[in-house]
Design a binder for this molecule. Structure first.
Ligand SMILES: *[C@@H]1O[C@H](CO)[C@@H](O)[C@H](O)[C@H]1NC(C)=O
Ligand SMILES: *[C@@H]1O[C@H](CO)[C@@H](O)[C@H](O)[C@H]1NC(C)=O
Length: 111
């Protein structure tokens, strides 16, 4: 029983450290026209519209960085048109490609 407990502890520890070693710092995204990046930007605006009954129209991604954490976090600065005014917003999206799930972590702006 005692051994089993220790084995579980070690397994949890190994698992945790392998996840940590997979996650890195923020790296700026070299190509903001990358279809995945544009898709994430569009997704962020769509989600924000749904959550806040807003009606922003996605423009483009003007700045972005990504971080590997059990998937990829995207921190994007995007432009969107609100009525007739074009503004910039910052959105953080957590993308987990293997289970095709995306989550809008936050959306702030206009900045
Ligand atoms: C950026 O990505 C787009 C779409 O994939 C591609 O057309 C373009 O050539 C890329 N630009 C650079 C500088 O790699
Ligand atoms: C995301 O990017 C914006 C604009 O560059 C920056 O102000 C903000 O601190 C970043 N957020 C995170 C969580 O890195």
């Amino acid at each position: 029983m005692h051994n089993l407990f220790i084995t579980i502890l070690i397994a949890v520890f190994l698992c945790k450290s392998s996840v940590e070693s997979l996650s890195g710092g923020w790296k700026s995204i070299p190509n903001l026209s990358d279809p995945t990046v544009v898709d994430i930007g569009r997704f962020a605006v769509d989600e924000h519209n749904k959550e806040f009954y807003a009606a922003l129209t996605f423009g483009q991604v003007v700045k972005g960085e990504s971080q590997v954490v059990e998937g990829v976090n995207y921190n994007l600065t995007i432009t969107a048109v609100d009525g007739s005014a074009e503004n910039s917003y910052v959105a953080l999206v957590w993308d987990k490609p293997w289970d095709q799930s995306r989550q809008l972590v936050f959306f702030t702006g206009p900045i």
